[in-house]
Design a protein around this ligand. Sequence first.
Ligand code: ZN
Length: 246
Amino acid sequence: MQFLILSDLHANWRALEAVLANAEGKYRQIVCCGDIVGYNPNPAKVLEWTRTHCAPVVRGNHDKAVAGVDDLESFNDAARESALWTIGKLNQEQLGYLRELPAGPSLVPDFQIWHGSPVDEDEYLSTAQEAAPLFANFGAPLAFFGHTHLQGGFFSKYGRVGGIPQVPRERSEIVFELEPDVLYMFNPGSVGQPRDRDPRAAYAIYDSEKRTVALRRVEYPVKETAAEIKDAGLPEVLGLRLFVGF
Ligand code: ZN
């Protein structure tokens, strides 16, 4: 079975479209590690697509804030402004869908997904030091998460914890062959707002038969997305950051 693993879509329809075209024929099920909405200009379209095509889906902090599950206190100005804008673009039913999304971790047959960390959905796992203690109570040998918008992740081999690199700029894919006795937490990266200095949309494909995880990147029309952000009246900085992937 092949899984398309998406995270941090953030209402970026053009990036999502590019990912789906690039991954076509390579998967049978789609899972989502949260943050469907926020920052970018197509919340309703991306939400409806996610609702129809992804299972399971866990909630992200932006989904919670827009749904009113959480307040906007921890958000910076641009994030708060985009969350308030997003609330005005979704109908009650769509807000209800976000409100009902489960907190992770969710178990998919042989792997799990969560947004931030398995013990705190809002925690950022950016370093091997932060990830190391979490391998002690790992529910499955493989997990996917998001929240940092940094592609890569972490592994634990006989107690040694290390980092998994993102796809280099000159390539569009790295394939990892999963070893037995090694625990993995992969971050597919962000579809809609990469922050790892690579503006390309990021995603992953897990093949449970071949026991491989492919981290992938694909170009999408950033200029058009930034123009749409500006036209929508969203903070211009949200468009500018897409050009640099930060
Ligand atoms: Zn996010």
